[in-house]
Every structure is written in C-alpha cells, then in structure tokens.
Write a protein that binds this ligand. Structure first.
Ligand code: R5P
Length: 292
C-alpha cells in the first residue's frame, strides 16, 4: 500500500503514511499554459493506494485534480483506491433548496465514484446521509469532535458547549461529554416590534461561564462572530470557537477576534493558522476499517 499526497494535504498525508506505515508518494502537479491541470504519480503502484486530497479553495481546481489523481492511480496499477477528501466541498448544497438548483454534493460524489474510487473517507461532512444517498462504494465520515474538545480539556472554567444551531447540536453534545460540560444550541428570535434578531442559548445559563462554540465550518466567521457577541452580552466569561474545517475567507479570524473570541481552533482538514488538532489518527482508523 502507498499513500499518495497532493499539494492540498501534504502535512496530513505525511502523518497518515506514518500511522499506516506506508510509503508516501508525492504527486507531480502542474498547470498547462491554457489553465488545464496536469498530474502524475511517480512510479509503478501495486495493491491498495490511499489518495489524500482535501477540497478546500480553490475547490473546483482541486476537485479536477482529485479526479485526475484517481484515474492516474488506477492506471499506474493500484488494485483499490481509497480517496480521503478530509474537507469535501459543495457539501452544503445537499438538496434543491430552490427549483432549478443542482444537488451539488451528489454531483461531486458520483463523479469521484465514476473516476474509479473504490472507497471514500471524508471528515465531518455537512450532512453524513448524503454519502449513503449518492455513493455505492464503501464510505466513512470521521467526526473529530473528541479530538477538538480534548484540546480544551482543563482550560475552561465551568464550561458550556454551544452549537450555533439545532443541526449542529450533536457536535456540542459530543464535545460536552469529553469536557464534562453542559451543552445547548443557540436559538434565533426576532423582536416583532423592532425586527431585531437575537441569538440566545435555548435553556442553559452562560453568565460567568466559559463558552465553547463549535461548528463544522468557519467560512466568513459571520455565524460564530454573531454568536460570540450575543453570548458575551449575556455575561459569558471567555468565549472560544472550534470547528472542523477552517476555510477562513473574508477576514474570518479578525471578525471572530473583534467579536471577543479568545481563541479559534480547528483541525488540519484545511491547512490554516489555527489548525492545531490533527484528524490523522481517526482517519487512519477509518482507512484501516475500509481496507480490512
Ligand atoms: C452552515 O450550514 C455551516 O454549518 C456553518 O455554520 C457555516 O458554513 C459557517 O459559515 P460562516 O463562517 O460564513 O458564517
């Protein structure tokens, strides 16, 4: 077995190759003058191959590289190709919200399978049931919440873990188990007279307590910055933000720190200045399971 790295996930691929005790091969990549992508996996492959390639921005380019890498691995002799796409892009468009829209996540998942992938591992994909819905190949969704929560162990005073909405509550619950903390989700309410929108914890009192806000993605930082402001206005102690995928576009970190967030921590599914927690161990476990 070999682990194949592309430029999108070099650090994580190196950790994974050590954990799986497999050779690390780095794909050659270039762009033709007209913008088309070129990729080559050096050497002859045999047996099972794991391709590590996260789909963070520029997503479209990286997605094209992933399809090329899968075909290249198969063509170079791999018998099975396990794709590890730690951040799986386009996953938030998981249904036709408006008539005429695509189900983008389905388009990408089917394309990965059609390119020749034999199994897929993703990390904290926006809606895990999308994988069952669109894939026929074996797949795993790794949820790195224990790893993220462990980072904060012993650092928080009388902690509360909050999800920014009901859909993210399972993450807050898992993190709270690790930290021995209370958990809740934030509810949006609108003042019927003034029209003012407020985000408040549904039932837990945050006054004087440290709060860990946890979500799958920080993109612009708008969701967690708004949550942090409201929580601090309710008298919370220190507010921390954790996420799996730190896309950090449009000055997200500045926005969060300006809103009063003490520290932002993410995993290494997307390389970023706050990627302090590695998903390598649980991803290696998922790969072993799929190949056993
Ligand atoms: C939304 O469905 C996701 O779970 C995140 O809450 C969202 O992507 C965060 O985006 P932003 O950081 O731009 O508010």
């Amino acid at each position: 077995m070999a682990v194949i790295a592309t430029s999108s996930s070099l650090g994580l691929a190196a950790k994974l190759s050590r954990l799986l005790s497999k050779e690390l091969l780095v794909a050659e990549e270039k762009v033709f003058p007209d913008g088309e992508k070129y990729l080559r996996i050096p050497g002859r492959l045999e047996g099972d191959v794991v391709i590590i390639h996260s789909l963070h921005p520029p997503q479209d380019e990286r997605f094209m590289q992933l399809l090329l890498a899968v075909d290249a691995a198969k063509g170079a002799g791999a018998s099975r190709v396990v794709v590890v796409a730690p951040y799986f892009a386009y996953a938030r468009q998981d249904k036709r919200f408006l008539e005429g829209e695509p189900v983008s996540v389905g388009v990408l998942l089917r394309a990965v399978e059609a390119a020749g992938a034999d199994a897929l591992v993703v990390v904290d994909v926006h809606k895990p049931s999308s994988l069952d819905e669109w894939l026929r190949i074996p797949h795993r969704n790794v949820l790195p919440i224990k790893e993220l929560a462990s980072y904060f162990q012993g650092r928080l005073r009388d902690p509360v873990v909050l999800a920014p909405d009901r859909g993210a509550l399972h993450r807050a619950q898992l993190a709270a188990q690790v930290l021995g903390a209370e958990f809740d989700y934030l509810e949006k309410s609108r003042d019927r007279v003034t029209g003012e929108v407020k985000v408040v914890p549904r039932s837990v009192n945050v006054s004087g307590r440290d709060v860990l806000l946890i979500d799958d993605i920080i993109s612009t930082g708008g969701t967690l910055a708004a949550a942090a402001r409201e929580i601090l206005a309710l008298g919370a102690g220190r507010v921390y933000a954790a996420c799996t995928h730190a896309l950090l576009v449009s000055g997200a970190l500045d926005k969060l720190y300006a809103a009063g967030v003490e520290e932002v921590v993410a995993t290494d599914t997307v390389p970023s200045p706050v990627s302090r927690v590695s998903v390598a161990e649980p991803v290696a476990e998922a790969v072993r399971e799929l190949l056993s």
